[in-house]
Design a binder for this molecule. Structure first.
Ligand SMILES: *[C@@H]1O[C@H](CO)[C@@H](O)[C@H](O)[C@H]1NC(C)=O
Ligand SMILES: *[C@@H]1O[C@H](CO)[C@@H](O)[C@H](O)[C@H]1NC(C)=O
Length: 322
């Protein structure tokens, strides 16, 4: 329609070719050029608008909420193709090969009372140390506890003994076992081929300025590349996003082509378990915490029995023996 309008106007402004100086065409040509001007601008605006829309729908990073803090999920899962290196490596471990790669979240695996016990341990444990930057860890297997810019062994701190009660030890083992079962079920594995591995640890994240590389928890990474023994990563959250802390959401970064990214968010919630295959199909990071304290436990599994790790021994007693 606009094209025919242009054609018509060209005709009229081109004149009849009769050579006569005309009054009307002159005045109309003034009107026409103004109309053309408007039209040109309208088109430019339209074209720029289309470019902006195309750009943002094509190259924009999309956002998707996989699990919000408000909802209570029986199970939410997403299947993904395994990254090639992950699949090639895990193919060696029969019984431990996932039916598909992917991720899941469930709020029904760990109970509220269990979370309370574990959170209380985390809070008490970090009292004996704590990073001077934003990320502190407590590894009950090795005893490693962040302290300022280093690590100390919590089992060498006599006063820390009181926090390792029988109730805590049983809870820790029981919860770890339930999560192992959930991973086996989700990815259709033989449970006996799945072993706990290092590092498995409590974490506490805050908004403190990073002091060492260990404090920089927000960089996107693939677990398998950071920790080659990993095959399945799980997290148990001990704090609520939006209540106990802000920021600190867990984000999968899904790419489909170089400029097409989707950030897939998991909002932490007390008792929420998330699990995923540790290959490049699950590139992720944790947002920086803006306030409060974000407590969680990372529980890692391997298919390689050489990297299997026993339950913590809580070997504080040993130190007391002569
Ligand atoms: C971007 O990726 C999403 C999912 O990864 C896909 O559904 C969509 O078609 C892709 N869009 C383009 C323009 O490639
Ligand atoms: C860091 O968090 C604390 C509370 O946890 C808050 O009072 C403080 O304002 C936060 N700092 C910044 C820079 O946001």
């Amino acid at each position: 329609m606009s094209e025919s309008g242009v054609r018509q106007r060209k005709k009229s402004s081109g004149g009849g070719g009769d050579g006569k100086p005309r009054k009307v065409p002159q005045s109309s040509s003034g009107q026409v050029s103004q109309a053309q001007h408007h039209r040109m601008w309208a088109r430019l605006v339209l074209i720029v608008g289309i470019c902006v829309v195309v750009y943002f729908t094509t190259f924009r990073t999309r956002e998707k909420k996989f699990a919000t803090q408000r909802e209570t999920l029986e199970l939410r899962s997403q299947k993904l193709d395994c990254s090639k290196p992950f699949f090639e490596e895990i193919a060696k471990y029969s019984g431990c090969i996932p039916a598909h790669c992917g991720r899941f979240v469930s709020d029904k695996i760990v109970g509220g009372a269990e979370v309370d016990i574990l959170l209380s341990l985390a809070k008490q444990g970090f009292r004996f140390g704590g990073s001077s930057g934003g990320a502190s860890i407590l590894d009950l297997h090795s005893g490693a506890l962040s302290k300022e810019s280093q690590f100390v062994n919590i089992y060498k701190i006599p006063e820390a003994k009181q926090i390792f009660t029988a109730e805590l030890i049983n809870t820790y083992k029981h919860v770890k076992e339930k999560i192992r079962e959930a991973v086996s079920e989700q990815f259709k594995l033989n449970k006996d081929s799945l072993h706990l591995t290092h590092p498995t640890f409590f974490s506490r994240l805050t908004n403190e300025t990073a002091k060492t590389i260990h404090d920089e928890y927000w960089h996107p990474h693939v677990d398998k590349e950071t920790w080659p023994a990993f095959h399945y990563t799980t997290l148990l959250y001990l704090a609520d996003y939006g209540r106990d802390f802000n920021g600190g959401r867990f984000v999968f970064i899904d790419s489909d082509g170089k400029h097409n990214k989707t950030n897939v968010y998991i909002e932490p919630k007390r008792g929420r378990v998330s699990g995923f295959t540790s290959g490049a199909e699950n590139l992720h990071h944790v947002e920086q915490v803006t306030n409060g304290m974000r407590y969680a436990i990372t529980i890692s599994f391997t298919c390689n029995s050489e990297h299997a790790m026993a339950d913590p021994q809580f070997f504080i007693e040993e130190d007391e023996e002569p």
